[in-house]
Design a binder for this molecule. Structure first.
Ligand code: FE2
Length: 467
């Protein structure tokens, strides 16, 4: 009490200073609060997203030499959420850029550069960072990020071409404020990391992004769609989906497909609680898209990703959850028909990885290696925990799909331990529940290499697929 009374005369001054600071902040256009981050990349275009404290007319300046950003593109009106797509770029070329206003540069460091995609069909060494269930502002999220950065540093800090978000990107309800605190922050999030400036992000939504709300799963009225900008019109190849909820794109000799395993196609599917049912528009689009990709000799690889995995005994059980059963029974036959090589999901906060599988649509107990392992042409090396798969590109029959659960990017929880649900899942060759991790994937021509980097920096799995 004594303290308060002695300093009471300072209170008006405090409010005066605080008011002045707020006013300056409100008037200043030069305060970056999110990003920049890269979206909707193609061989000839790039979309830039960023947020400012107050409304301003955004400008992107770009050029092929550092410090010589001769070209620019600007917005028509003052906004706080900025989005500019620059077109007419050269394929497979390095561009430097800055974001700012007409009078100021808000960010334009030596790290602000990217590479446009290679021309469709042109194989290029491709590096990918893939992680799911990450944005929860935890120590695990931080350590997963730091261990990946260290791993890449040991490789000589190469450019990362693609960054895949496997859903449940921001806990707990996918709110804009949760994206801000958990994903676009500098502590556990990725602001300030060069990947945020350089690597186009391609994401898929999870149940937390839909806030677990069935109405939102039909309306799609969630912050996720304000945060991301995804191809709807085959901007980077594939068949146009007409929706940011699911889409495809091509990177060199790889065809990527992102599905939405949490939405309902419409209220009828909501009423029956069914995903990827027979009349699902998403499934119909997927068939068209995969058929075209599989026929096209330009593509060596087809990689699909979505949030809910078909096989898991982690924090979720694929035997008991309807959603995961729907994915397994309705979706997998289509993926196998068109010979998808690799499927990645999250949802379970563990890491699990199968061999080359086909035709397993039942519960874990029905898994039979003699019928469900498509190809046993593999070599396992227990010393460095690696597996080498060899497929025949021109094989007459489906040689199987590797399924990965990679929902270990931040959220915790452990695996299922009780009842009939036994860890690990029978279909999995590798199952890790040791405190988080993410994946580094490298594809060069007809060889794919994937490495699981745990939060403690250890390598818990690596596999190659050669064709
Ligand atoms: Fe999830």
């Amino acid at each position: 009490m004594k303290y308060r009374s002695r300093h009471a005369y300072l209170i008006p001054y405090f409010f005066l200073v605080f008011g002045l600071i707020s006013q300056i902040q409100a008037q200043s256009p030069d305060s970056l609060t999110r990003g920049p981050y890269l979206q909707k990349a193609t061989p000839t275009s790039m979309t830039f997203r960023w947020r400012t404290q107050s409304p301003s007319i955004g400008v992107v300046r770009f050029g092929q030499a550092a410090g010589k950003l001769a070209k620019s593109s600007k917005e028509n009106q003052a906004v706080t959420d900025h989005e500019i797509t620059v077109t007419g770029l050269k394929p497979n070329a390095k561009y430097y850029y800055s974001v700012g206003t007409e009078s100021a540069t808000l960010q334009g460091t030596a790290d602000n550069y990217f590479y446009t995609f290679p021309t469709e069909g042109t194989a290029k060494k491709t590096r990918i960072w893939s992680l799911g269930d990450f944005g929860n502002h935890s120590a695990r999220q931080y350590h997963v990020k730091e261990s990946f950065k260290q791993y890449v540093k040991n490789l000589g800090d190469p450019y990362i071409d693609l960054w895949l978000w496997l859903g449940d990107n921001a806990y707990n309800r996918g709110l804009d404020a949760e994206y801000q605190r958990n994903v676009f922050s500098t502590d556990t999030g990725y602001a300030g990391d060069r990947f945020m400036k350089q690597t186009p992000i391609f994401s898929t939504p999870g149940n937390h992004d839909y806030a677990g709300n069935n109405n939102l799963r039909v309306s799609l009225n969630i912050p996720y769609y304000q945060v991301v900008s995804h191809p709807t019109n085959a901007e980077a190849g594939g068949v146009a989906s007409g929706s940011e909820s699911y889409y495809s794109f091509n990177y060199g000799n790889i065809h990527f497909v992102s599905l939405d395993s949490d939405r309902y196609d419409d209220s009828t599917f909501k009423a029956s609680n069914t995903r990827f049912g027979e009349l699902s528009p998403q499934l119909a689009w997927l068939k068209k898209d995969l058929e075209a990709a599989q026929k096209n000799p330009k593509f060596t690889w087809i990689i699909a990703y979505w949030h809910h995995p078909p096989y898991t005994k982690g924090t979720h059980d694929s035997d008991t959850e309807k959603q995961l059963r729907d994915v397994r029974m309705n979706l997998l036959p289509v993926l196998e028909q068109y010979r998808v090589d690799l499927v990645m999901g999250g949802h379970s906060h563990v890491y699990e990885r199968s061999g080359l599988l086909k035709g397993h649509y039942g519960d874990a107990v029905t898994f039979d290696a003699s019928t469900h392992v498509a190809l046993k042409n593999e070599k396992q090396n227990s010393e460095n925990k690696s597996t080498a798969f060899v497929k025949d590109r021109k094989a007459a029959v489906n040689e199987g799909t590797v399924y990965v659960v990679n929902g270990d990017g931040g959220a915790g929880g452990g695996h299922v331990k009780t009842g009939t649900a036994q860890w690990p899942h029978n279909a999995m060759q590798v199952s890790y529940d040791g405190g988080g991790g993410s994946m580094y994937i490298e594809i060069e021509g007809n060889k794919l290499t994937a490495v699981m980097i745990a939060a403690d920096g250890s390598i818990q799995d690596q596999f190659t697929i050669s064709k």
